[in-house]
Structures are given as structure tokens and as C-alpha cells.
Ligand binder design. Structure first.
Ligand code: ADP
Ligand code: MG
Length: 699
């Protein structure tokens, strides 16, 4: 039976996929459309009406009454605005219609989307442009059409556009090299991504009782429960029936949307889980990861649950990340990061591996800032996630091979050793050359790199377009050299060797969580950009602006507006968190503390009334503690209020730095006091469910 058990649907049943196109489009239209999709080439506008009509007919059979351009503005969420198929033709004759024009281009009002100043607000017009490389799908009663979103002037206002541009950039540079290595001229490079997504699942009643979760997506108060992740009993543990039912529902929904969800398991922290889907092209993987996050949130309430995708929902408990597995392949599907079995494929592998090593070392700043957010600052470098220092894990065997190339002494003795470093004699090595290193930010895992610094709620688009662009830039340099070389094999060997010599500092196979690594990395001259405000300003360094422009991924204006936007976003998040803490304190916590204090005092007085000698030791001790902490609470509240009110005027970077230091430390002080109070106030008075209650809320 090919139907899923619960939903009674089939894989991709809600997707306008290749099979549907083949069945419903005339042969020439199908060929033209799939041709453009494969080469990411220009679409023939002449076929748009036919495709649109076929999409509409198909979607209506699935129950759709509306369509929407579906895009990814800089909010990090997806956006949709539904239009019904209802229309009039001629003399108000009612028709259900979806035209090619509507499919290809939409004109949503862009004035309320963040732009970071790329467009004046009076230029409200924005455009959405159909992205045929990511298939349309039906969800509910709506046909969703993946689109890119740009301003009237053509500036990218979304997360998809730079990613598509970067895929084009790496394809262009990769083609030059592949051609020199003997591939057909039209063999290009495809970027692949498989994202592993972590999340928390809690009972709906707990969520509703925590305004901090509602407003900020993470708890802003709460002390650690007596039992957290200490016993390591949750990781890969038995999945509770209610969670398993949720996961089943989730998987089946995702499969019908063409998302090949594959792996599911419990994660390290109580109430924490993970889902991973099978890798696909970076563009689709990005759209699909957005859909996974949405589906996690929309399926959970059907099971009385709420899904938290925030990076750090609970202090002192592991946060959530998103492992972004990245690789590059030829357009024929050969993985370029696969070591392979023959020396020739090893040479190609070593060349592309060198390109990644060089790119990561040269552009540590860009990779680091691609994952910089307020929430991710709570994870990176906290011994639960990689540090803020970028390095590469290669595993012992590959590192040894590179060391032997560097020294010119080959490690595997073959008859051809005498040819020294010539490509032919590069040693062969088996496929599974890497061990696991869970602490590395950027680990080679056999035939792909796993970028582990990405936060759980972040779109993978940013990290992916940065990776593609920096590698494209290095490939462009390599291609330039190889194109001029008389002996291409000798030149490849020289490039590989030079790259290892120049960039080996970025390779680190040890424990990235260790204190010693921080010192060692500093000695090696690696960047350690601890916070978002340390990292983001690097985006607008002239060399980075030029790099993005050189590969036509972002214009200088787009880089500047994006930096501005990311900084604004950081400030807004911290402001919301600070205001939420203040509101919760004034309206819930302070009254609870006073009510409890009053009752304790009443008890002490009652004892006194019975007899002056009746001991009220518990009450007086408690009252003293409550009094002292109450005084700290009052001070901490005043300090945070002052900090928020004192927000400086001026450059966004200055405001962001102010929030990142002054406001964050006032928030920390308030939290410390409130958490101490939580430890001594009767749980019946305390207005918020405890960490223990929340983390163990799903039976
Ligand atoms: P683990 O990280 O536990 O070793 P896997 O290797 O099975 O797990 O894969 C984790 C993720 O990496 C999955 O999403 C998988 O599809 C993806 N992946 C596997 N091979 C590649 C590849 N060549 N390129 C990109 N992603 C890949
Ligand atoms: Mg993994």
C-alpha cells in the first residue's frame, strides 16, 4: 500500500511535481518548463498561461479555492496573501481563473515588510517572481507558489533571492573547473543541503501559562529543575506515545508536501526532539525547512502540544540548533566532496576540499555572522553548541593525508611514490574517513560538511548563500590558475599543497568545547566573534561588500540594508524580552511575592498572639529572606526600567551594542533575583509553571 496509514495520502500528493506536470502539460510546454528548471535558465513567458491553468485545475481537484505567492521576507518567516480564483470575464460572467501573468509575477504591497532602508517607504511596491525550481503545492484550500520577493527597483527583499544567485555563482565558477577536468561544457554545480532540525514540545497548558514563551518564544525566568538532562536518559530514549503520535502526523503531512522526512528521535534535553529530512538542492531544502518549522507548529496543537523552535527556550538546559549539511555535486549528480576510490577522483576531491578549506579560513567572519542572532548568542560557546570560533574538523585520516601532501612525503607507499606530489600518486583512501566530532562548528562527515552553528529557528538560506559565495570566489581563483596552466595535474597538486600550507590553521580536530581551544585559536589568529554585535559589522567591510558584488549575490546597497535589518532585529528582540520581563515582574511576580509575604507574616503574628514564646523560626527566617530578595527585586526592576528608557539615539549598531551590554546585564540581574525568589516562594503563589512542570508536561 503506498498510502500513508493515517492521512490516506501518497508521497508528494499535494505537490505539483514532475509527474503531474508530465501528465497535465502538453509535451512541448513540459519540455520547455523542465528544461528551464534543470538549468535554472530563463523561462519562456509564452508557456505561462498553460502552466497556470494546469496548476489551477490540479489544485482545485485538491480542494483549493485560492492561490498565494509564497515568499520569505527578512522577518525569517514565510509570507502569504491569498487570492481566490474568482473572477469576471466579459459581461460579468463568473469564472474561476488563474492566468500566466498572475503565476509569473505578483505585486504585494511591500511597505510593511522590513527593508533596512533599501527602499523608501513611499515606494511601497514590491514584486514576487515565480521560482519554478521549487514546486508549487496545496496546503488547506490554497495553492502555494514559491516566489522570490524584490522591491520596485529590483533589490532583493527576501531570503530566497541571494540563495538562488549564490547557486548560480558557484555553478558558474564550478563549470570552469569541471570543464578543465574533462567534464562536458554544460556540466555545472548543484548545491545540496539536508537540515537536521531540533525543537521542544511542551503541553499547551504550560505554554498558555507562560507569557514569556508567548511573547519572546523563550522563558525569561525560571530556575533549573532538580532533574534536567543530568542522567542522559532522554537522548534517543523511548518516544512517549503522545509525542510519537505527533511525529507520525507530522511526517505524513510533510511527505504529502514532498518533504522526505526521514529521521526522528529524542534529543539531549527533556522535551527536546529532532527531525531530519533527506537532502535536496539548497533552494528546495530551504523552502522545505521553512515548511517543516511551520508544520511542526501547526500539527502540535492537534495533539494539545506547542512546538518551540527558539534557540534557547530554557536557561541551563541544552538549546536547539539546526545542523546544515552542505555539499556540492556535479549537475550529473556526482558528489564533489566524495573522496572516491581512484587517484583521479581524489585529485578532483582534493581540489574542491581545498577550496572549502580556503574559503572557510578566509571568510570566518561571514560564516560566523550568517548565524548571528540574539537567541543564538545564548548557545554558541556554551559547551552545548560549537564555540563562536570557526574551525574545520577533517578527521585524523584526511588530516594525515593533507599533512603528507604538505610535506611531500606520501603516506601510502605505492610504486609511483618517486613522482613526489604529482596527482597520480595521491594516495587512495577509503570512503568513511571521518570519525564523529560533535563539538566542531564545521565538520567534514565523509562526503559533506556539517555546519553546526546554525540556530534552530534560522532560515538556512543565510548560511547557505554565504557558503556558496565564499566557495565560488575561491573556485574562481583556482579556475583562473588552472586555465593558464601548462600542466594541469601539476597545477592542481601545487594549488592543493599551497592551500594546505596557507590555511591549515583552520583545521582543528580536537574538543571545541575545551577552554584550551579558545587560547589556541587566538594563537592561530582565528576570529572569536562572541556576540551578534561583534559579528554583524563585518558584513559591511569593503572586501565583503566587494565579494558579494563580484559574484552578483548582493549589491552593496543590499549588503548594507541587510546588516541594518539584522541589527534592528537584534534590538527589537531584546527590547521585547526586556519589556516582557518588566510586565511579568510588575503584574505577576511582585504581587505574588507580596501575597506570600503577607501570609507568612500573618502566620508569625498569629503565633505571637497565642504566646510570645511560641517559636516562629520558619516564618521569621523566611520573611528575612523574602525581605532581602524583595529589596533586590525592587532595585533590579528599577535598573532594568532605567536601562530600557536610556536607549541611546543614533546608529543602529550603537543601539544594538547598548542592548547587548547594558540591557542584557540588567535583564540578567533581574532574572537572578526572580529565580532566587522562585526557589523560596510557595508554588501555589508562584504565577508561572516551573521548568520542571514545563519540561515534564508531556506524559
Ligand atoms: P548524521 O549527521 O547523523 O551522520 P546523516 O549522515 O544520515 O546523519 O545525514 C544527516 C543529514 O545530512 C540528512 O539530512 C541527510 O540527508 C544529509 N546528507 C546526507 N548526504 C548529504 C550530502 N551529500 N549533501 C548534503 N546533505 C547530505
Ligand atoms: Mg548530523
Amino acid at each position: 500500500m503506498s498510502e500513508f496509514y493515517d492521512l490516506g495520502k501518497e508521497y508528494e500528493s499535494d505537490v505539483f511535481n514532475n509527474a503531474v506536470m508530465k501528465e497535465r502539460l502538453p509535451g512541448d510546454v513540459y519540455a520547455s518548463l523542465t528544461g528551464s528548471i534543470k538549468t535554472m535558465g530563463t523561462l519562456d513567458p509564452g508557456i505561462a498561461d498553460i502552466v497556470a491553468n494546469a496548476m489551477k485545475e490540479w489544485a482545485m481537484e485538491k480542494g483549493a479555492t485560492h492561490y498565494t505567492d509564497w515568499f520569505q521576507p527578512m522577518t525569517g518567516n514565510t509570507a502569504e496573501k491569498h487570492e481566490s480564483f474568482v473572477d469576471f470575464e466579459g459581461d460579468r460572467e463568473f469564472v474561476l481563473k488563474f492566468s500566466g501573468k498572475e503565476l509569473i509575477k505578483g505585486e504585494p504591497d511591500a511597505s510593511s515588510f522590513p527593508t533596512g532602508g533599501v527602499r523608501e517607504t513611499y515606494e511601497a511596491r514590491g514584486y514576487t517572481a515565480w521560482d519554478p525550481t521549487s514546486p508549487a503545492f496545496v496546503k488547506g484550500h490554497v495553492l502555494y507558489i514559491p516566489t522570490a520577493f524584490c522591491s520596485y527597483g529590483g533589490e532583493a527583499l527576501d531570503k530566497k533571492t541571494p540563495l538562488l544567485r549564490s547557486m548560480q555563482a558557484i555553478d558558474k565558477q564550478g563549470k570552469r573547473i569541471l570543464k578543465l577536468l574533462g567534464s562536458p561544457a554544460d556540466t555545472g554545480i548543484v548545491t545540496n543541503c539536508g537540515a537536521e532540525q531540533e525543537y521542544f514540545l511542551i503541553d499547551e497548558s504550560m505554554y498558555d501559562a507562560r507569557p514569556d514563551l508567548v511573547y519572546a518564544g523563550r522563558t525569561l525566568f525560571g530556575s533549573a529543575p532538580p532533574k534536567g538532562q543530568d542522567l542522559d536518559d532522554h537522548y534517543f530514549g523511548i518516544i512517549k506515545p503522545r509525542v510519537a503520535a505527533f511525529m507520525q502526523d507530522l511526517d505524513e503531512t510533510l511527505w504529502s508536501l514532498g518533504i522526505a522526512s526521514k529521521t526522528r528521535h529524542n534529543e539531549v534535553a527533556p522535551a527536546q526532539h529532532e527531525i531530519a529530512s533527506i537532502f535536496e538542492t539548497a533552494n528546495r531544502a530551504t523552502d522545505h525547512n521553512q515548511l517543516i518549522m511551520e508544520t511542526l507548529k501547526s500539527v502540535a496543537p492537534k495533539h494539545g502540544l506547542v512546538c518551540l523552535t527558539n534557540e534557547k527556550p530554557f536557561a541551563g538546559v541544552n538549546g536547539s540548533g539546526k545542523h546544515c549539511n552542505w555539499s556540492i555535486a556535479t549537475s550529473e549528480g556526482e558528489n564533489l566532496l566524495d573522496p572516491g576510490k581512484t587517484p583521479v577522483s581524489n585529485a578532483r576531491f582534493l581540489l574542491f576540499l581545498s577550496a572549502v578549506i580556503k574559503a572557510v579560513d578566509l571568510h570566518q567572519d561571514l560564516l560566523r555572522l550568517s548565524v548571528a542572532t540574539a537567541a543564538n548568542d545564548h548557545r554558541l560557546g556554551k559547551a552545548e553548541a560549537p564555540p563562536a570560533i570557526i574551525s574545520i574538523f577533517l578527521g585524523e585520516e584526511l588530516t594525515d593525508i593533507l599533512a603528507s601532501i604538505k610535506s611531500g612525503e606520501l603516506i601510502s607507499p605505492t610504486e609511483r611514490v618517486s613522482m613526489s606530489i604529482g596527482v597520480d600518486v595521491l594516495p587512495q583512501f577509503p570512503k568513511d574517513t571521518t570519525d564523529r566530532n560533535r563539538t566542531s562548528p564545521f565538520a567534514f562527515t565523509g562526503n559533506k560538511f556539517e555546519f553546526r552553528m546554525v540556530g534552530s529557528s534560522l532560515s538556512v538560506s543565510g548560511p547557505l548563500f554565504i557558503l556558496n559565495t565564499i566557495v565560488a570566489d575561491v573556485l574562481s581563483g583556482f579556475a583562473g590558475r588552472l586555465e593558464k596552466a601548462a600542466d594541469i595535474n601539476a597545477e592542481i597538486a601545487a594549488i592543493v599543497k599551497e592551500t594546505i600550507v596557507a590555511h591549515e590553521r583552520i583545521i582543528f580536530n580536537g574538543n571545541n568545547y575545551a577552554e584550551a581551544w579558545v587560547a589556541e585559536a587566538e594563537k592561530r589568529g582565528l576570529l572569536n566573534l562572541k556576540t551578534t554585535t561583534d559579528a554583524l559589522p563585518y558584513f559591511i567591510k569593503p572586501e565583503n561588500i566587494e565579494l558579494m558584488a563580484r559574484h552578483e549575490v548582493l549589491t552593496p546597497d543590499e549588503v548594507e540594508s541587510r546588516t541594518e535589518l539584522l541589527l534592528e532585529g537584534y534590538v527589537k528582540i531584546l527590547r521585547i524580552e526586556a519589556l516582557t520581563m518588566l510586565e511579568l515582574s510588575h503584574r505577576d511576580i511582585v504581587p505574588a511575592v507580596i501575597a506570600y509575604e503577607t501570609d507568612v507574616a500573618k502566620s508569625a503574628n498569629a503565633k505571637k498572639r497565642v504566646s510570645e514564646n511560641l517559636p516562629a523560626t520558619l516564618e521569621t527566617g523566611l520573611l528575612e529572606n523574602l525581605g532581602a530578595l524583595g529589596a533586590s527585586l525592587s532595585d533590579a526592576l528599577a535598573a532594568l526600567e532605567k536601562a530600557v528608557a536610556g536607549e541611546p539615539a543614533g546608529e543602529t549598531l550603537e543601539i544594538a551594542k547598548y542592548y547587548g551590554t547594558v540591557v542584557i546585564s540588567a535583564m540578567a540581574k533581574l532574572r537572578e533575583t526572580v529565580d532566587a525568589l522562585e526557589g523560596i516562594v510557595d508554588r501555589h503563589y508562584w504565577p508561572l509553571p516551573s521548568y520542571g512542570e514545563i519540561l515534564y508536561s508531556v506524559k
